[in-house]
Design a binder for this molecule. Structure first.
Ligand code: EPZ
Length: 470
């Protein structure tokens, strides 16, 4: 199959309904048992940051196991705007970053992908200058403050001018300086930005209180494949010895632990035995431990294959989301869907993102009994959920509503597929292969309930609870 340059945002072949007339929705008929095996795609949150990391290399890179997702296409378009050629052949991307002709990312592309902020570190390290339009205002407690403060510690001048983050390295050689940086919070993005920037800095950088998510380790291993010198991968303290330049590589990313966790939740809510591969079991330790508390078993059939044996009932339990190796925030919504049907009541506390509980109202429309108090949700188990028209408000909320729809009585119509398609490759196709009754279709917008209560925008990250509010 010939290489295809990635040029449009519709290259994931999703039906695009004209906004004023029709809308793409998923229709799910619940209570269908699932069976069989599901193949897990490459990790979205590795692919995005590894793609950005190719900017560090002066030679072509080949990236394997890259899922075909809207967000990946958008990141590829941002790189293309910098003069970097990106082409896709199936799940393999060929990236040629040898000649970067621009150091400003276009607003229209960056504004559609928050993760495109990840290019600031590599671009600054490689070129000595980076200009990234930034929808979020950089202020104390803003979602990029830790990135900015770390780059400034490495000698960068970073300021906001007319909504664009301008970063540059003063001095004739325009090279960042190694520094000792303690992160106030183990931010995944800030750890990744600063680790990438440090690979080409002058001297050694020590990152303390670094994020330990598997995707951060995957990025570190990719950088090491480029020739970077990084110690402490996967631990809270990483030491990066800067090198003058980095070469190309051929690198395969890890499987998506959040996609795998989402399918495990689909199996539990339909009381179905399913198997999943490839997967790295230790990436799902907190999720598997919680499933066992809830009455299910997850058996390692081989080093990279899991089998779910669901319990007859779902036992109530409490969940607090935390940085890795704690319970992942990206699985919180999907597990809330399960706990709406548990025997008893559960308390879910979201400590990572402040406004990541917007799926509560949608689950309650399906008959759930969830009460919110700040960043806590009290979930009182109910005997059944009923299918209903619901709206996905962000990527994982949409996934949770698919899970809920699979367990509900009757038909669920899910709107907001633009969120779902950002993070799940061929979700409905994979579920159909397992026996689910689900289809993607377009319906006339007039036939859908008017939902002024649901803000259209994705759940933009607010100031997290660990930083001063306001
Ligand atoms: C990454 O987001 C993931 N995204 C998220 O996955 C994931 O939920 C999150 O890590 C936590 O695991 C990608 O990798 C593309 P953070 P990121 O920096 O890097 C605050 C999904 O569904 N913060 O660890 O943005 C921030 O606002 C997505 O796949 C600051 O205040 O997460 C948040 O409240 C969603 N200032 C908290 O820290 C900063 O400078 C955690 O953010 C940086 C972060």
């Amino acid at each position: 199959m010939e290489d295809k340059p990635i040029v449009t945002s519709n290259s994931v072949n999703q039906p695009t309904a004209s906004p004023e007339a029709e809308e793409a929705v998923l229709e799910i008929w619940g209570q269908q048992p699932l069976s069989g095996h599901v193949s897990i795609s490459g990790a979205k949150n590795s692919a995005l940051v590894v793609l950005a990391g190719t900017v560090l290399s002066s030679q072509p890179c080949r990236l394997r196991n890259i899922p075909n997702l809207m967000d990946i296409d958008r990141m590829a378009q941002v790189l293309s705007a910098l003069g970097i050629k990106v082409s896709r052949n199936g799940s393999t991307l060929d990236v040629d970053p040898s000649d970067i002709s621009h150091t400003r990312a276009p607003y229209d592309l960056v504004s559609r992908l928050r993760a495109s902020f990840f290019i600031i570190g590599p671009l600054l390290a490689r070129m000595g200058v980076a200009r990234i339009p930034c929808r979020v205002v950089v202020r104390s407690g803003a979602p990029v403050e830790l990135h900015v403060r770390g780059l400034q510690a490495m000698g960068a001048d970073v300021h906001i001018d007319h909504g664009t983050v301008h970063a540059s390295v003063p001095g004739p050689r325009g090279r960042l300086q190694g520094a000792k940086i303690h992160l106030d919070y183990p931010s995944v993005g800030a750890t990744e930005t600063l680790m990438m920037a440090a690979t080409l800095a002058d001297g050694e950088t020590i990152l303390e209180n670094a994020a330990q998510e598997p995707e951060v380790a995957d990025l570190a291993n990719f950088c090491r494949a480029l020739g970077a010198r990084i110690r402490g991968v996967g631990t809270k303290t990483m030491t990066i010895a800067g090198v003058p330049s980095l070469h190309g590589t051929d690198y395969g990313i890890i499987p998506d632990r959040i996609e795998a966790g989402t399918f495990l939740a689909a199996g539990v809510i339909t009381r179905s035995e399913i198997s999943l591969s490839p997967i790295i079991p230790e990436h799902l330790s907190a999720v598997v431990a919680k499933l066992q508390e809830m009455g299910s078993q997850v058996i390692a059939e081989s080093p990279n294959r899991l089998r779910l044996v669901p319990g007859h009932d779902i036992q109530a339990t409490d969940i607090q989301t935390l940085p890795h190796p704690g319970f992942p925030t990206d699985m919180q919504a999907q597990f809330m869907a399960l706990l709406t049907l548990a025997n008893g009541s559960s308390m879910i506390t979201e400590t990572v993102f402040e406004n990541r509980l917007r799926h509560v109202a949608e689950l309650n429309r399906m008959g759930a009994n969830v009460r919110l108090n700040g960043n806590c949700a009290l979930v009182q188990g109910v005997p059944m959920l009923s299918g209903a028209p619901v709206q996905g408000t962000d990527l994982r909320a949409a996934a949770a509503l698919v899970v809920a729809g699979l367990g509900a009585h009757g038909k669920t119509t899910l709107q907001g597929l633009q969120h779902l398609d950002r993070g799940y490759e061929r979700l409905e196709h994979k579920l159909i292969q397992l026996g689910a009754q689900i289809r993607r279709t377009t319906v006339n917008s007039q036939d859908l309930p008017d939902r002024p209560d649901v803000l259209e925008s994705a759940a933009a990250p607010a100031t997290p609870s660990f930083l001063p509010q306001g």
